[in-house]
Design a protein. Structure first.
Length: 482
């Protein structure tokens, strides 16, 4: 039914114009052939016949279908008999030898007409197929390079518009246009898979000259390829979300493991100290009591610091890593972090080196400040060396590079691949000597990744100076956090 509707539509609009054009071609060429034959009444009949056969070939070449060549053939035979065979201006098929001449001329004219039309149709079919194949190739080539649904739809609509020179409209899913096939002057192509509806393409067929079946095959091939690309993108997005969820679950597991690990040491120490004070308050001297109370205070401060770290992570919204960032001068963030570090670690020197150039970096200032504090405190407490901590800011291409370096014992080789997995202790210390680095480094990695940056830790393998170095970089150009 749909194909019949398209045939009727094309017939009422385009074929009417073609018929008129073919009639004009037929009349004009036969008139010219007749004038040429009558130009010299001394022409021999063979020349007159050749003139009309040439006219038939031209008509068959420039008109559509067989009918016009057949009409030209019959008209030519009749003209030769009526105008150029004695007695003139009358039909006489009884002359000696003329029936055979009539049959030969008619057969020759028809054969030439059929052969010319078939050759023309084969040439036109080959040209159309080549053009369609070339267009399909360009469509496929452009679709291979796309990365979003919007790009896939845009490429398909653009190719349809340029190829058919017509208007093409894309109805989005929310418009709920579920039409299929021909409806009025529009041909609808739904982009729908068993699991997803992406929208509907509507093509205005008014100016299209392509045959119905060929048009249907072409647009359905392109639409099928577009749908394949859309499904591939959807599956990639599902795979990406699955990987993100897997990483998120891994991060949660690491954080929970790190929390349980890092809470155990200070809580055990606090429990032991408070038990000793309660059970031996009449026996212990004041110095011992103050030492125990000081240890409890230090452990409480560390627990508060860890809670601050966990609160920092909550600034990164659950379900994604969207941040509210502003352009901040990197040296001011370092200055704020060093001010807090001097209060927390009054016995440690911090050497800061910054470039002359002002580095403006898009960031969440509170989170990046927390990263610097975490890395610097790790160096203070785990390096095992009273040497100063170096904090350096530099630029590498379009990235701002922050470096925190100590001159202590460094990192064990087996630690390097697992520094940021949330469960890392430092060097050869026992886990009771001080709290582990795990949760702090894991949170640092989460924050830096949310800023589209990179972070790493390595040893300073030089002859005179050792120690560990933690380095993270942040892009200085704005990027899309969504």
């Amino acid at each position: 039914m749909m194909k019949q509707q398209m045939k009727n539509y094309f017939f009422t609009t385009e074929k009417r114009k073609r018929w008129l054009k073919n009639i004009l071609y037929l009349i004009a060429i036969l008139a010219l052939a007749t004038l040429a034959a009558a130009f010299d009444h001394q022409f021999r009949r063979i020349n007159i016949v050749s003139t009309y056969i040439l006219a038939i070939v031209i008509i068959a070449r420039i008109t559509d279908g067989y009918i016009w060549g057949i009409v030209a053939s019959l008209f030519s035979v009749l003209c030769v008999n009526y105008l150029f065979t004695y007695p003139y201006f009358s039909f006489d098929f009884t002359l000696d030898g003329y029936p055979i001449t009539f049959l030969i001329m008619s057969a020759t004219a028809l054969l030439v007409n059929i052969t010319t039309v078939e050759l023309k149709q084969h040439a036109q079919d080959a040209s159309r197929k080549e053009k369609n194949t070339q267009e399909l190739y360009f469509v496929m080539k452009d679709l291979v390079a796309i990365t979003t649904n919007e790009q896939a739809i845009s490429v398909t609509v653009s190719h349809f518009k340029n190829f058919f020179h017509t208007n093409v409209i894309f109805h989005r899913p929310e418009e709920a246009c579920h039409k299929t096939g021909l409806d009025g002057q529009w041909y609808y192509l739904p982009l729908e898979s068993p699991s997803e509806y992406y929208g509907t393409l509507a093509i205005d067929i008014t100016p299209i000259k392509m045959e119905t079946n060929e048009f249907s095959r072409f647009v359905e091939l392109v639409t099928a390829r577009t749908l394949t690309v859309l499904e591939s993108l959807r599956l990639k997005e599902i795979q990406k979300q699955t990987m993100i969820e897997s990483e998120r679950e891994k991060m949660r597991s690491n954080l929970l493991r790190a929390v349980s690990h890092d809470l155990r040491t200070p809580l055990t120490t606090m429990l032991g100290s408070t038990t000793t004070l309660m059970d031996n308050q009449n026996i212990l001297d004041n110095d011992t009591k103050m030492k125990l109370l000081s240890d409890i205070r230090d452990d409480c401060e560390w627990l508060i610091h860890m809670v601050e770290n966990l609160l920092s992570v909550t600034r990164i919204r659950e379900g994604d890593t969207k941040l509210k960032t502003t352009l901040e001068p990197a040296e001011e963030i370092i200055a704020e972090a060093v001010t807090k570090l001097k209060k927390r670690c009054p016995n440690t020197e911090f050497h800061v080196k910054i470039p002359e150039e002002l580095l403006m970096v898009p960031m969440d200032a509170t989170l990046i400040e927390q990263v610097i504090i975490n890395l610097a405190e790790n160096s203070v407490h785990h390096s095992g060396c009273p040497s100063p901590i170096d904090i350096t800011l530099s630029r590498s291409e379009n990235n701002a590079v922050f470096q925190i370096r100590d001159y202590g014992r460094g990192l064990r080789p087996e630690q390097l691949d697992h520094l940021f997995d949330g469960y890392t202790s430092y060097s050869s210390q026992s886990q009771d000597s001080y709290k582990g680095m795990g949760i702090g480094l894991s949170i640092c990695m989460t924050i830096i990744k949310a800023h589209n940056g990179t972070i790493r830790g390595y040893n300073n393998n030089t002859e005179k100076q050792g120690g560990a170095c933690f380095e993270f970089s942040l892009p200085m150009e704005e990027f899309n956090y969504e």
